[in-house]
Design a protein around this ligand. Structure first.
Ligand SMILES: [Fe+2]
Length: 217
């Protein structure tokens, strides 16, 4: 499931990489809501019950998608595992495993969605951008919010508001968060920020269990 395996057919890396009724139910509801509701904020609101239901259910996340990744491009052994990827790049569901004490880089997402804690506890620091974004290599950031989240708690992403953040695991076991986002998050070129210096660098996190399309052989 979360192993890369020996098959290289493009199709094997899209659709349901983890195929369980719980994941299918959330994706079906997301497709239904996305067709019925045009406004991203209203879509996210309508999806909250289905997303909360997945977070509250045990047994659907394979152990192989709940482990650290020593080859992580995010560093710190952080593992990002695709569970579902739409073929057209319009939607993905993934797990993010952040080892004890590890932090993600400060990063953006560039898509609306929902992010929730499945296991463990995270401290989230959210940044507000003060500059106009005209210089692609610089960003002036200030902290707009810090919050702690435990299992079952979640938040919405509605870029550009609150789209820049980092999370740190503060539990004594790795945190696992579940992300439902309206892009192929690990394969789009996003941004990594250094708030102290203002530096912005292109960032593509990659999935531990599936290549990006231009990486597939
Ligand atoms: Fe994030």
């Amino acid at each position: 499931m979360c192993d890369l395996g020996h098959h290289h057919a493009d199709d094997a890396h899209y659709g349901y990489l983890v195929d369980t009724p719980e994941i299918r139910a959330l994706i079906a509801e997301t497709e239904r809501v996305s067709t019925a509701i045009a406004d991203p904020a209203a879509r996210v609101e309508a999806l909250k019950p289905a997303f909360a239901a997945l977070l509250a259910t045990d047994g659907w996340l394979p152990a192989s998608c709940a482990t650290a990744d020593d080859t992580s491009r995010m560093g710190g052994g952080i593992g990002q595992y695709a569970l579902y990827r739409a073929h057209d790049g319009s939607l993905c569901l993934f797990s993010l495993v952040v080892p004890v004490g590890a932090s993600t880089p400060v990063h953006d997402h560039l898509a609306w969605g929902l992010v929730g804690i499945y296991r463990g506890r995270q401290d989230e620091t959210v940044y507000r951008r003060l500059d106009d974004g005209r210089d692609a290599s610089r960003a002036q950031l200030e902290i707009s919010r810090r919050q702690q989240l435990g299992a079952g708690e979640f938040y919405a992403l509605l870029p550009p508001a609150d789209d820049i953040h980092f999370v740190k695991t503060i539990s004594d076991a790795p945190s696992i968060s579940i992300h439902l986002l309206a892009n192929d998050t690990a394969c789009v070129w996003r941004h990594k920020f250094e708030p102290d210096t203002g530096a912005v660098t292109p960032f593509r996190s990659g999935y531990a269990n599936a290549p990006c399309r231009d990486e597939a052989s």
